[in-house]
Ligand binder design. Structure first.
Ligand SMILES: C[S@@+](CC[C@H](N)C(=O)[O-])C[C@H]1O[C@@H](n2cnc3c(N)ncnc32)[C@H](O)[C@@H]1O
Length: 300
């Protein structure tokens, strides 16, 4: 049976079908020690931290139904290659079945690739993936995408609505997962250190954290071309295909606000993970000159 869990806290947001594990926590506005409201980047703007979550939710509510189409159009399908590379690097199933958690996994793209890779390469039908996302509309798209696969109605996949920064410990217990993935999701979270802290908590010792995210292009010429393309074409495609320029403008801006490779790698280390040569090569691997990047870390 397909696992879907619901902790519905606010009936206004309840979905008729499917219903997911709901554990979005509401908080008072965080304050700095001087009593100022803390801010977070929302694209190129700084907004109060608690407002970012709502704004990001609005973006993904708006883009959910067109997300796959827009992803293909804006990246010319390249996001599929990056996701394939990401999973090949992780080789799920090679050392036996894994218990995986795919956070910010709305579309199900990563979960599906994990399960396919394990089955096709290692005849593994026991690896499981728990897909977690803060947005029920995105989860609904992921659920729909899984419906046409052999994993539908099996215990290999389940859907959970929760915030990556505060995974409810009653369900997402300490030292549980072999593999934690997050693809194109962490830059949308208000606090990256909080996401990393939770990733560290739920992974088993020896478990792997793996993040696929847009990053910093190092070659100046490629960087200029990429900037021109993304700041003109992506919002334009958003207008044409999804009738929503602002959400796609945010998505482009949020990429530029995400910390560059070295800085993010340091954050991963600060959360307690081992990264670097002694584990599996460098702490990160650039894809397409750094347009996207894979960061990994091992819970020690
Ligand atoms: C760009 S989509 C990526 C979806 C999928 N991983 C993929 O690669 O196609 C980003 C996802 O992050 C989710 N998200 C944003 N903030 C989150 C948070 N704090 N906790 C969990 N998910 C979050 C959004 O709802 C959205 O589904």
């Amino acid at each position: 049976m397909l696992h879907m869990r619901s902790f519905i806290r606010n009936p206004r947001h309840a979905l008729n079908f499917p219903r997911f594990n709901r554990s979005v926590h509401l908080r008072d506005a965080p304050q700095s020690s001087e009593g100022h409201t803390k801010t977070a980047s929302f694209g190129f703007r700084n907004v109060p931290e608690e407002e970012k979550e709502v704004l990001v939710k609005n973006v993904f509510d708006s883009v959910a139904s067109k997300y796959d189409l827009m992803n293909d159009a804006s990246s010319l399908g390249v996001h599929r290659l990056w996701k394939d590379t990401f999973i090949s690097m992780l080789r799920p199933g090679k050392k036996g079945p894994l218990r995986c958690i795919d956070v910010a996994g709305g579309t199900g793209d990563i979960a599906l690739r994990i399960l396919d890779h394990a089955r096709e390469n290692y005849a593994d039908r026991e690896t499981t993936v728990e897909i977690v996302d803060i947005n029920s509309q995105m989860l609904k798209e992921g659920y729909r995408n899984f419906k046409t696969t052999m994993y539908h109605n099996t215990p290999q996949v389940s859907f959970h609505e929760a915030n990556a920064q505060i995974l409810p410990s009653s369900y997402f217990k300490d030292n549980t997962y072999d593999l934690y993935t997050i693809a194109f999701g962490i830059r949308n979270c208000t606090s990256i250190p909080d996401v990393l802290k939770e990733a560290y908590r739920v992974l088993k010792p020896g478990g792997k954290f793996a993040c696929l995210e847009f990053s910093r292009v190092e070659n100046p010429l490629l960087s200029t071309l990429y900037d021109q393309y993304s700041f003109t074409m992506i919002p334009l495609l958003g207008t044409i295909l999804a009738g929503d320029r602002d959400s796609y403008q945010y998505l482009v801006e949020s990429i530029r606000r995400f910390p560059p490779q070295q800085e993010f790698s340091t954050m991963i280390k600060e959360a307690g993970f081992a990264t670097g040569e002694e584990i599996d090569g460098d702490g990160w691997t650039n894809l397409w000159g750094g347009i996207a990047c894979v960061h990994t870390g091992i819970k020690v």
